[in-house]
Design a protein around this ligand. Structure first.
Ligand code: F3S
Length: 414
C-alpha cells in the first residue's frame, strides 16, 4: 500500500507505539482488503465501552482487556468528529439494575477518559439522530451495521463496516483504508428490486429491507417503485437490510443522494439480477419472524434502531391517558439526547405515565439480554436478534399493533 509522509511517520513513530499500532491495524486491514492507499477520514462512530459491559456481570478480566485498548486510546485526541455507539445502561440505572461495582467503575472511567480524548459519548445506534449527520461524499468509519447502511444509502456518505478497533484507530490517526463502498465502482447497484406492494408504515419498510437483505448477500440493491420514505421508514429499511443479509449500501431511486434515477444507481449498466417485492413476498417476510406458539405477550419493544423524537411524540400521544396491561413490559429505546428533548416536551412522561419505559444509551436485547417469553416489536432487526440472543418467541408487526399488544396483553393477528 502507498503511504504518504504523515502516514509513514505515524507508522514508524517509536515514541508513540499505540498510535503506530493503530496505523498498523489499518494498513494490514487495507492490505487484506486490496486497498491501494489510506484516505483521510472525517467522521467516526465507534463502540467506546467495555465490550463485556454489554453483558451483565462481565467480570474483571474482560474489563481489564478492554481497558488495555481504551486507556491508551484515550490518552490521545481524536482527529475528527467521533461519536459513540451504545453501552450497557445509562448511569442513573446502575443501581436499579444492580450493575456490578467493577462495571460501574469501568464505565465511569471510560466516560471521563473518552471525554478528554474528544469522543462525543452519544451512546446510540442512530448517531444521525443526535447530530452526527455526515454530508454527501464524507468519508466515515462507522460501527453499527444499520447506521452504516443509513450513512451510505440515505446521506450519501461513505463508510465500510467497522469494528471497535478500526473505528477507534481511524478516529486517532485520521485515516481509513480505501476499499469497498469508499470507491465509486463498488457503490453501483447490481440487484434491482421492484416494489409492487404498498409500504403503509415503517415496519413495511423493514420487511422490504429484510427480504432484500436475504437475497442480496453482499450485493448493492436499488429499489424502484417505492414511495418517498420518511426518516423513520429509512431507519427501518437500513437496519433490516443489514440484518437479513450483509448489505452495506443500497439505493432508493430518486432518494439516495447519488441516485437521482434508476440509471444513475445502476451506473448506466443493466442489473445483474432483478427481484420483485410484492404482496406475497411481504406477507412471507413477516411470517418468517412471526413464530409464536400463542398470542399472549409479556414484552413490547419499540425503538430499534433508537427512536426518533417524532416516534416518541407519536407514541406518547397514542398512549396518553391509557395504561399498558398488567405484567407487560414496554421498552422504548432511544438516545439520551432524544429522550432529554422528549422529556422537556412532555412526550416521555406520556409514555412513562402509561407504564412504559423510555430507555436510553442501550438496547434491551442486544446489550442487556433482558428476560422475556414472547415479544412483539416493530423492528425486524430487534425481532431477529431477540430470538437469537435471548431465546424469546418474537413477533414483528406495525407500531400500531405493538401499542395494541402493550395495552391489551395480546397480539391481535391480522
Ligand atoms: Fe439499536 Fe439494539 Fe436495534 S443496538 S439497532 S436498538 S438491536
Amino acid at each position: 500500500m502507498q503511504l504518504n509522509d504523515d502516514q509513514r511517520r505515524i507508522l514508524e513513530d517509536t515514541t508513540d507505539p499505540f498510535l503506530a499500532k493503530c496505523m498498523r491495524w489499518l494498513v494490514d486491514w487495507g492490505d487484506a482488503m486490496g486497498a491501494n492507499r489510506l484516505v483521510p477520514v472525517a467522521n467516526t462512530h465507534g463502540l467506546i465501552t467495555v465490550p463485556g459491559n454489554l453483558v451483565w456481570g462481565a467480570g474483571q478480566k474482560t474489563i481489564e482487556s478492554a481497558m488495555e485498548l481504551l486507556r491508551p486510546a484515550c490518552r490521545h485526541r481524536v482527529r475528527c468528529l467521533s461519536t459513540s455507539h451504545i453501552t450497557f445502561a445509562p448511569e442513573e440505572q446502575y443501581e436499579e439494575i444492580e450493575m456490578p461495582a467493577e462495571q460501574v467503575e469501568a464505565q465511569k472511567q471510560i466516560m471521563a477518559m473518552a471525554r478528554d480524548a474528544g469522543f462525543l459519548m452519544t451512546y446510540t445506534c442512530a448517531p444521525y439522530l443526535v447530530g452526527n449527520v455526515p454530508l454527501k461524499g464524507e468519508i466515515c468509519a462507522w460501527t453499527e451495521s444499520s447506521a452504516v447502511v443509513y450513512a451510505n444509502t440515505i446521506l450519501g456518505a461513505r463508510t465500510t463496516r467497522h469494528g471497535t478497533e478500526s473505528a477507534i484507530a481511524a478516529a486517532l490517526v485520521g485515516y481509513v483504508p480505501e476499499f469497498g463502498v469508499l470507491l465509486d465502482e463498488n457503490r453501483r447497484a447490481t440487484l434491482q428490486v421492484d416494489v409492487k406492494t404498498e409500504l403503509s408504515h415503517s415496519t413495511d419498510w423493514g420487511a422490504l429491507g429484510y427480504f432484500t437483505g436475504e437475497i442480496a448477500g453482499l450485493e448493492v440493491p436499488v429499489f424502484t417503485g417505492a414511495p418517498q420514505p420518511s426518516q423513520d421508514d429509512a431507519k427501518q429499511l437500513c437496519a433490516a437490510l443489514a440484518t437479513g443479509g450483509g448489505v452495506t449500501m443500497a439505493h432508493i431511486a430518486g432518494v439516495t443522494p447519488e441516485a437521482p434515477s434508476l440509471e444513475a444507481a445502476l451506473g448506466g449498466r443493466p442489473p445483474k439480477r432483478r427481484a420483485t417485492f410484492g404482496e406475497r413476498e411481504k406477507r412471507e417476510t413477516y411470517s418468517g419472524l412471526q413464530q409464536a406458539t400463542g398470542d399472549e405477550i409479556d414484552t413490547v419493544i419499540l425503538g430499534c434502531p433508537h427512536a426518533s423524537l417524532q416516534e416518541l411524540a407519536e407514541l406518547g400521544l397514542a398512549l396518553k391517558g391509557k395504561h399498558i396491561a398488567d405484567g407487560m413490559t414496554l421498552w422504548v429505546n432511544t438516545a439520551y439526547a432524544v429522550r432529554a428533548d422528549a422529556r422537556r416536551m412532555g412526550y416521555a412522561k406520556l409514555i412513562t405515565d402509561a407504564g412504559g419505559y423510555v430507555f436510553c444509551d442501550s438496547c434491551p436485547t442486544n446489550s442487556m439480554r433482558v428476560k422475556a417469553n414472547r415479544i412483539v416489536t416493530a423492528g425486524f432487526k430487534q425481532a431477529h436478534y431477540a430470538r437469537n440472543m435471548i431465546g424469546a418467541e418474537t413477533i414483528v408487526d406495525s407500531v400500531d399493533a405493538c401499542i395494541d399488544a402493550a395495552l391489551t396483553g395480546r397480539w391481535a393477528r391480522a
